[in-house]
Design a protein around this ligand. Structure first.
Ligand code: IVH
Length: 677
């Protein structure tokens, strides 16, 4: 029989181990053991506790918060996407935000009413009520699909579970930010790096009893779908839901004018440290919901709101060395390795130096004392160098002209301005292993194939083991080899298999974005997907003859310019890119791009605009056409169905060309009639 002492030692060792893995999972976000091994460890502790009740007095698994979920949550598609916010950092950004809105809505001197709220630094969630009953609660996920965390959200006592009010919308979706108060976080300090991590960790508990142990709070700030819609202002919406029992932020305010924005920003910044919750800026929203609807959103964020961040936190440190990193487009970014320093609660040991020109301009050298700043989740930047503290022996930094792969780098020249690019690039594409790895990381990322479990570190590991060298390898993984690797168990392998298999069905626009053509971001990928429609058509880019013809038609597309066309041509002029893309296509089921609304007023019509309208900007007109099934072209050709001519300064040449080609011309008066019909 084991002595009491031995049992206690064995027990404490296991508890220590469990705490270590909790920290690796939650705080460091880098689990080192498989889900299976983790669950076994928990089970062993539990069994010891049952067998030897005296252990409970020493420590108990029930008191360890932050236990890792044993399996994944059900994924559910959002009724309407949960987007992010564009960021503004100073008054210039705010002026731009304001100007863009005025231009889009074609407003002149009218003042726009804004609604300002503190930006809570927590975890977003959405609550769905049907006839007053809370029926679903989802995490944000990738913005389009969230995880069902209803049971965990229900543990937050201040979230209404049932609303008993007459005349409530049949469907009411409330968006909110979940957080942990600063005081409550003090008791959890050892387990999580910051309150945000603690809130996230708690919400990801598989066992809602674990969540209930952590005092989560929330502020409701917006809505998803409301049916029937009965609000016309953000302020009115928040007032109503506060009456219904939701917690809304008392510091929110209605304001007009840029000066008031600055005042509000300052006021909240001054209150920041005394608030009981973390905030990282303010959110500005257009108060009128009708204007919000007109403004709509880009693929990532609404045009009617922006996050005006508080100024970045700064710290002083010293550059130990300067190394270079290679991005997926071959861009060489210099990075300063610095003496570790805490900036805004996070230990920083790297800071970006952007590019060669930036180093020259600021004359940054190894050994320099520098000031760095960190804003949000982005990599910290070097703000300034303290030249007085520089060593007399210090030498100018000589920027390497070779890539990490040994290949030569170049600085491209802009075709139009003839100016040399500030960024140096390796041009070997997939032939450079550093670029290849970054391309793979892009392919598996959230906005591309979105493969959970294939993070950056895993890609590096699988690359070193030659498990993945190019995208198609992801779909032919040797799982029996992976099974023997440290940190991989049955559950995590199963999850990875599922995630990979789910990612095989992909929409054309996501596919185009994923293959990583330079200058083709999410928005452009959508425009291209709309043009090609199917992977069969897109694949015609592989062949030189058909490519030339297709590229010349791309000129017509509004939003695609010479830079994009050159870049597509470059990408497909490279035989390795073609081989890799073809091999990838074979593994996938790529869905045709469905034009969002083919049955609208402008169904399948190709339109073009010239001149300005009285009450509507060109961007809004374009959005309306696209939302109603039509396409907007950038040049006049026979393909065009209508040329819409605004009263303000239309181009005579375009009207003449349209007449010559027998294209129907719509004047502003008529255009308005069509829109109102
Ligand atoms: S409005 C389209 N209001 O910030 C998104 N968001 O970066 C509209 N957040 O995911 C969001 N406080 O989780 C809004 N008062 C506030 C907010 C807020 C925090 C979070 C939210 C969102 C993220 C966007």
């Amino acid at each position: 029989m084991k002595s009491k002492n031995k049992i206690e030692q064995e027990f404490l060792k296991k508890i220590k181990n469990l705490k270590k893995h909790n920290k690796l999972y939650y705080t460091d976000d880098s689990p080192k053991i498989s889900d299976y091994k983790y669950d076994s460890l928990k089970k062993e502790i539990k069994e010891l506790e049952i067998k030897h009740p005296f252990l409970k007095k020493i420590s108990s698994i029930d008191n360890i918060i932050g236990a890792k979920p044993s399996s994944k949550f059900e994924k559910i598609e959002h009724l309407t996407p949960m987007l992010s916010l564009s960021n503004s950092f100073d008054i210039n950004d705010i002026n731009d935000f304001h100007k863009k809105i005025k231009n889009f809505l074609n407003l002149k001197n009218e003042k726009i009413e804004l609604f300002c709220e503190p930006k809570i630094d927590g975890i977003s969630a959405t609550l769905i009520y049907e006839n007053g009953n809370l029926i679903k609660g989802l995490s944000r996920g990738d913005g389009f699909t969230g995880e069902n965390i209803l049971e965990n959200l229900k543990t937050i006592t201040s979230i209404p579970k049932k609303i008993d009010t007459k005349n409530l919308p049949e469907l009411l979706e409330i968006r909110c930010e979940i957080f942990i108060g600063k005081n409550d976080f003090n008791n959890l300090k050892d387990k999580f790096a910051n309150p945000r991590n603690a809130a996230g960790g708690s919400l990801r508990q598989k066992n809602s009893e674990e969540t209930a142990k952590i005092p989560l709070k929330y502020f409701a700030y917006g809505f998803g779908i409301i049916r029937p819609m009965e609000f016309s202002k953000q302020s009115e919406f928040l007032k109503k839901i506060s009456e219904l029992g939701f917690i809304t932020n008392p510091l929110s305010e209605k304001i007009t004018g840029i000066d008031s924005i600055e005042k509000y920003h300052k006021k909240i910044d001054n209150m920041r440290s005394s608030l009981e919750y973390d905030i990282d800026g303010i959110v500005l929203k257009i108060n009128d919901l009708n204007l919000q609807k007109r403004l709509g959103s880009t693929s990532n964020s609404p045009r009617w709101a922006t996050a005006y961040k508080f100024s970045a936190e700064k710290a002083t440190t010293r550059i130990k060395t300067i190394s270079i990193q290679v991005g997926r487009t071959g861009a060489i970014t210099p990075v300063a390795k610095v003496d570790p320093v805490t900036v805004g609660g996070v230990v920083v040991s790297n800071a970006t130096l952007h590019n060669e020109d930036e180093i020259k301009r600021k004359d940054i050298r190894i050994g320099d004392t520098i000031q760095i700043q960190r804003a949000g989740d982005v990599i910290p930047q070097v703000v300034s160098v303290d030249i007085k503290k520089r060593d007399a022996e210090s030498k100018k930094f000589i920027f390497p002209t070779k890539c990490l792969c040994g290949g030569l780098t170049i600085k491209e020249k802009n075709k139009i301005t003839k100016k040399e690019d500030a960024v140096r690039r390796c041009v070997k594409g997939y032939a450079c292993e550093f670029i290849a790895k970054e391309k793979l990381k892009h392919i598996v990322s959230k906005d591309a194939f979105n493969i959970d479990g294939l993070g950056k570190k895993v890609i590096d590991q699988f690359w070193d083991l030659s498990l993945i060298k190019e995208p198609s390898d992801i779909f032919e993984l040797n799982f029996s080899k992976i099974k023997n690797l440290e940190g991989w168990g049955e559950v995590s392998i199963d999850n990875l298999k599922k995630a990979i298999s789910n990612s095989k069905i992909i929409k054309l626009d996501k596919f185009i974005f994923s293959i990583g053509i330079r200058h083709i971001g999410q928005e452009n990928a959508k425009i291209l997907a709309g043009f090609f429609g199917s992977i069969k058509e897109f694949s015609k880019l592989f062949d030189l003859k058909t490519r030339e013809k297709l590229l010349s038609s791309l000129v017509d597309l509004d939003g695609i310019g010479g830079t994009q066309i050159d870049s597509i041509n470059n990408f497909f002029s490279n035989t390795t890119n073609i081989r890799i893309t073809k091999k990838l296509i074979e593994k996938l089921e790529i869905n045709n791009f469905a034009i969002r609304n083919t049955s609208g007023k402008f169904s399948n019509k190709k339109m073009m605009f010239t001149g300005g309208f009285q009450n509507m900007s060109r961007s809004e007109a374009k959005t309306i056409v696209e939302n109603n099934g039509g396409k907007v072209l950038g040049t006049i050709s026979k393909k065009l169905d209508f040329l819409v001519v605004g009263d303000s300064k239309p181009t005579k040449k375009k009207i003449d060309q349209a007449k010559e080609l027998n294209i129907k011309i719509i004047l502003e008066k008529e255009w308005k009639k069509i829109l109102n019909s």
